[in-house]
Design a protein around this ligand. Sequence first.
Ligand SMILES: [Zn+2]
Ligand SMILES: [Zn+2]
Length: 487
Amino acid sequence: MRRFGLFLIFGLSLLFAAEIRDGTLYLEINLAASPELVFEGTAFDLSEDDRLFQNSYSGKVRISVVSPESDNRYGLIERVESTAGYVESEAVSHSYFAWEDEKLLIKHEHWFFLPDSFRDLAQAQAYASSLNYPYSRIQSIPIVNSTLLVIDASGESAYYESPLKLSSQGQIWLNGLPYEGEFVLKIRNGKLVLNQLLPLEEYIAGVVPNEIGNNSPPEALKAQAVAARSHAVSLLLYNRHTKDGYDLCSSTHCQVYKGKHLRNAQIVDAVMQTAGEIMTVAGKVADATYHSSCGGKTDSSQAIWKGAYVPHLSGSTCIPEADEYDLSTQRGASSWLNSKPDASGMSSWEQATMSWERTVSKAQVAKNIGLNSIRSIEILERGRSGRILKLRFIGDRTIVLDGEYKIRQAFGKLPSSFFVFKAAPGKTLFQPGSAITIKGRGSGHGVGMCQVGALRQARTGLDYTQILQTYYPETEINTDWIDDERP
Ligand SMILES: [Zn+2]
Ligand SMILES: [Zn+2]
């Protein structure tokens, strides 16, 4: 146990930059998090939060945390105050997203910590237990005055105190991709965190082409823009990355964002023509999860993720012919998988999701699930999209896999769990040979909008609101959902 003076967390401006400026939502999107970062730019400025120390750079810079091990401490929150306006100097201000009165707002509160802090989480937990505090009161304490070392292209070095602002007049290049505008550098959990600070619509324009492709028909792009915007708002409400020091990550965990990579005039039009539009249902934002290809019908979020029943994510028909089959039965799933749906107008990646085959060695499957041998595999349950939800392996032990994702992983990252065993017409594959061949359809979890279906519908002339109605029934488009009034 080590006490530290309150000066360590004194007067914190955390640069939690999600904010609403004149009705526009600005977000911090994470681009990188590691003990050291290297990036390149034509002309950019680095400045400390108070702007007392600022330098201009061009070319390559290498930034590292000087003593990462001392930059992570856990403390116990003694009390929380949510008084707006007045900030106690010894408190840590904390912001989070909430949905109230049919609007998204950013709430602010102040955390007051007990004086003891710990470098080790286990020690903090033991301390919390001794005081009868729940573990939820343990928070990583953001420490100001962490030192960053910046080495420029000529080898010149400079020390800064985090957090830093980075503003670029041109582009900065990170991992082979260009980004421009405003950035924030801070330290979280001993790592240097680089975030881009940008308006929601800029973020959506960086997501759409990377999620559905930049050559898609305009109405499919618009549907994707509204889905991505609604999904982003749902993700913000989970506050899942607050502890990491940003609002959303830029990978599939949240949504894939790559700055202006793949952006073209069509993408910008689709985003601008749907600017501010999200889907709501009964006064709440509709979670608009989406996936690559359902394979005929979409599945229900309840079946796939074992959550509550969500009416607008309860499953839809994507390809009308699929309605003739009950895909939750082995017979229906198998007949539909052996049929050939119309593929006219589809690009090669779309077609590839409609029929695929994988052969995987039995030994590898056994290894993936921790068995020594496999005697039989039995399909126990399928969802309405045909995705296998429960599968039993009998070998030296019996293992039941519950969940489409686990099943896909067991056979080596299958595109989807909608498949049949090529060697067995029924539910059970007895005594598989040395290799197991699987015939399948679809790609992804199968919940919400199907991108291949959205593309097909756009080609047949449906507009984006009709496309969204197919996959998110009962939702409405709403543009008045940002609370700009409350502090
Ligand atoms: Zn994420
Ligand atoms: Zn589909």
